[in-house]
Design a protein around this ligand. Structure first.
Ligand SMILES: [Mn+2]
Length: 232
C-alpha cells in the first residue's frame, strides 16, 4: 500500500452512551478533505466490541459515517475491539489489518500497531492478551448470547476496577519492545495509540508518534504526508 496523504485516529472509545464523542466522530468524518487518500483507525474505536450480533442502530450509524467517506478506511484492532467484526466492517466498507501493519507514505515506511503489545512489563495483561486472541476461544465466544456477553464484560470491567493500583511504569511502553518492532519492520515512522501519551518523538533513525485518546472536549487526528507529520 502506498499513499501520499493519510489520516490516523485511535482510542476514540466510542459507545452508545458517549454522546459528545459520537458527535465529535461524526463531525470529523464529515469534514475530512478530499486530499486524504486513506483513513487508518488504530484500535479502540469502540470502548467495547461484543461481536457482530451486537450490531444495532448505533453501530450502523458509525459504520455509515465511515462508508460515506471518499477514501478507503482501514481498521487495526485494539485491546477493546479485537473480536471478529466481519459483518460490521462490511457495513462500514472498511478493511481489517493485522495487529502490525506497514505501508508507504511517499518514500517513508510507516508501521502501525495499537500499542498494548509494547507494554511488556504488564505481564498479567500480556498473558491475558495471548489467551483472548486465540481463535478457538473467540469462536466459542461468538456462540454465546449477547446478554451473557454483556454480563461478562460488566464483570470484567468491575474486577479490573477493583484491582489494586499498578504503577505507571507498568503501563509505559518498553524501549526494547519498540526497538524490536522498528528493527523487524525497518520503519521510518512508528504510529501507535493505547498509552495516552500523545506526542511526536523523533529518534535517531525513526520517529515514534503516539496518538491521543479522545475526550469530550479534546480530540485529535494525525496527518502524515511526504513533508510532514502533524497532530491536529
Ligand atoms: Mn487500548
Amino acid at each position: 500500500m502506498k499513499f501520499n496523504k493519510i489520516m490516523c485516529i485511535s482510542d476514540l472509545h466510542l459507545s452508545e452512551e458517549a454522546t459528545v464523542l459520537n458527535e465529535n466522530f461524526l463531525a470529523l468524518m464529515g469534514r475530512i478533505p478530499e486530499s486524504y487518500e486513506a483513513l487508518f483507525i488504530l484500535g479502540d474505536l469502540f470502548d467495547w466490541w461484543p461481536g457482530d450480533d451486537a450490531i444495532n442502530a448505533y453501530y450502523k450509524t458509525i459504520a455509515s459515517a465511515l462508508r460515506a467517506l471518499h477514501c478507503p478506511v482501514f481498521f487495526l484492532p485494539g485491546n477493546r475491539d479485537y473480536l471478529p467484526n466481519k459483518k460490521w466492517l462490511k457495513l462500514a466498507n472498511t478493511s481489517r489489518l493485522p495487529d502490525t501493519h506497514s505501508i508507504l507514505v511517499a518514500n517513508k515506511k510507516v508501521t502501525f500497531l495499537h500499542g498494548d503489545e509494547l507494554c511488556t512489563e504488564d505481564v498479567g495483561y500480556q498473558k491475558l492478551r495471548k489467551i483472548t486472541r486465540k481463535y478457538w476461544l473467540q469462536w466459542l465466544y461468538q456462540k454465546i448470547p449477547l446478554s451473557l456477553k454483556n454480563k461478562i464484560a460488566k464483570q470484567f470491567n468491575r474486577s479490573s476496577l477493583k484491582k489494586k493500583p499498578v504503577s505507571n511504569r507498568v503501563y509505559a511502553p518498553v524501549e526494547s519492545a519498540i526497538n524490536q518492532i522498528v528493527k523487524q519492520e525497518q520503519c521510518d515512522i512508528l504510529v501507535h495509540g493505547h498509552i495516552h501519551q500523545v506526542g511526536i518523538y523523533p529518534k535517531n533513525s525513526y520517529t515514534r508518534v503516539v496518538l491521543p485518546d479522545w475526550r469530550p472536549n479534546h480530540y485529535q487526528s494525525l496527518t502524515i504526508t511526504k513533508e510532514r507529520i502533524v497532530l491536529n
